[in-house]
Design a protein around this ligand. Sequence first.
Ligand code: NAD
Length: 498
Amino acid sequence: MADTLLLHIDGKDAASSDGGTFEVRNPATGVPLYDVAHATAQDVASAVAAGRAAFEDRRWHGMRPRDRARILNRAAGLLADRIDEYARLEVLQIGRTIREMRAQLARLPEWLEYFGAVAQSSEGTVPDFGEGYLNVVRRVPLGVAGLITPWNHPLLITMKKLSAALAAGNSIVIKPSELGPALPCALAALLEEAGVPAGVVNVVTGLGGSTGRFLSEHRGLDKLDITGGTETGRVVAANAGRSLIPVTAELGGKAPVIVFADADIERTVAGALFAAFIATGQTCVQGARVLVQRDVYQQVVDRLVERTRQLRLGDPLDPRTQIGPVVSRAQRDKVAQAVDRAKAQGATVLCGGRVPDSPELGHGWFYEPTVVGDVASTDDLWREEVFGPVTLVRPFDDEADAVAQANDCPFGLAASIWTSDIGRAVRVTDELDVGIVWVNDHHRIDPGSTWGGSKDSGIGSENGWDAYRGYTRPKSVIINSSDRPFDWFATTDDLRYS
Ligand code: NAD
């Protein structure tokens, strides 16, 4: 990889217009990895202009959907060949384990394939406008979309947004997270290699408060699509409001893992562990609140604590490592402070709750996987997203209590229900105010299955037809098929005009 990662504008790699850069460090070692071009307002404007020019001359959306799909499928093939290389780069910049990154990246071609197929199957509608008219409503692309992405699944989240946007025929400007910027530029080049015309995919790397702000405030966009923290989402959505453009905002979460006494305990504990600690807990749908029916509470908590203590921290490039570092020093400090605050508010740390003292982890930003009990619903740990390897456990009495506790949260992204009673699973699902519910599972995702939340978890959705439609708008064509003359001002008779 080059020493300095560049921007990608109008099919060309470029330094930032003022030569500015920022640094990315390896979170497992603290060692600097490379410098990255820091896009200025002028660079952002050039990227939006390149996207606009590509949209206006129809070089991409003017292609037949099946030709766009063919190119996206070719890109899927190229991507599949580069998974190992990309997985390693992701591990170096964000510290997630190689086993996780290989498993996640191996699925990314599916998004290009799925949305290519959606583009080919997309149909308009023909509303019945009444006698003498033919009304055709077509879905047309929006124009130029700004895609702002986080660091925790850098390539997956870019791929979710990009596949829908491109399949529908839009141009895009991607602003990757400053903590995970390595791959979008490579991806833009890969898409061009597959046949996406230059100017359709542009990448502006930079910090959120500057490059991200310049992009979301830019008046030349037709859509904003952000995944990030809730407060960032509010700022970006407000900017979309000022520009009167649609916004999709995939934001924070505090997912409950609801364990009923009739669940298979061993399988459920494995599921709770997966929910809480994959990605070192740094996922929006992390199982951050493990709610357990009182009859089996102690049994589940004891086993969860036992299994948590056995998790292996280490070098994320080592395939035996199960838990990597937290992404940055600032994020690790935030995690530690959240646990300290919970203790001060009366919570009990059942395991973890500290920075590991082993010398080989000393240079990275590691934090021990942590389970916390005795958390009241007024405590910060109950309400705030930690975004790290920390989960809490709490007992509940019955279905109504489980639902009340699960919904007692500012976020509404996801939940999992663990039970052997299918009727109960359906009843509880109906009552949960979240966008995604897994039954006897957690974290599962598919390009065809809608993804998005309620309340402070955001608006709109990724994946599936909703995401595709979110990158189009309807255009209604009303054709007068009547051969009767119509001249409103030639008469004062009652005529039908509406
Ligand atoms: P973040 O909000 O710090 O940053 C997200 C992106 O927004 C980055 O590219 C950042 O540079 C940019 N940004 C920051 N300030 C900005 C501003 N003022 N204007 C425009 N852009 C700005 O989030 P993060 O730390 O990168 O990611 C973690 C968060 O993302 C967590 O809250 C997590 O729950 C959420 N997330 C949600 C989902 C989901 O599907 N709902 C998925 C992954 C992550």
